[in-house]
Design a protein around this ligand. Structure first.
Ligand SMILES: [Zn+2]
Length: 164
């Protein structure tokens, strides 16, 4: 048997080793290889029994709160661009794409009715209107953008100004 190194008081990531977990480290059906466990306290206050090797080899660095914090941070980065459930960058991009002459975003041809359809999707809802002429459909799509996207963008800009 290898000599047990006392890990008490050591820090591994966010864990601080409190004491040796005598009960869990005993040979049992759950622990046939007699893995040594240590009672650890995470910086966030969570107390858990962690295998000594997981601590030593850096497999366990926290109770998992680090991951949650990362997700929160990520959300904070995205959040300023979300407004009213709409991703502002996304609809802004859509707007510029519609200015492309190579193909108009949100305008397609209905082979059955032989008409041009102007469509727009906002918050999972798709609006559409049929037109005989392609140019009318393009114009319609622009109007739809103004009608649906502009208020959202305007409200978003307003809310940003107010935050300042
Ligand atoms: Zn934690």
């Amino acid at each position: 048997m290898t000599k047990m190194v006392d890990l008490t008081g050591r820090k591994y990531g966010r864990w601080t080793v409190k004491e040796f977990d005598i009960e869990r480290s005993k040979k049992s059906p759950d622990n046939p290889r007699k893995v040594l466990y240590w009672i650890c306290e995470c910086e966030c206050g969570t107390i858990r029994s962690v295998a000594g090797n997981s601590l030593k080899y850096g497999e366990s660095r926290s109770c998992g709160c680090k991951d949650i914090e990362y997700r929160k941070k990520l959300h904070k980065i995205i959040e300023p661009y979300m407004y009213d459930g709409t991703n502002i960058i996304y609809i802004r991009n859509k707007k510029t794409r519609s200015d492309n002459t190579s193909g108009v975003c949100g305008v397609c041809f209905n082979k059955i009715t032989k008409k041009w359809i102007a469509t727009i999707t906002l918050r999972g809802k798709t609006y559409y209107k049929e037109h005989k002429l392609f140019n009318d459909a393009v114009k319609c799509r622009q109007e739809m953008e103004e009608l649906l996207f502009e208020p959202v963008i305007a409200k978003f800009n307003e809310s940003r100004m107010m935050k300042r």
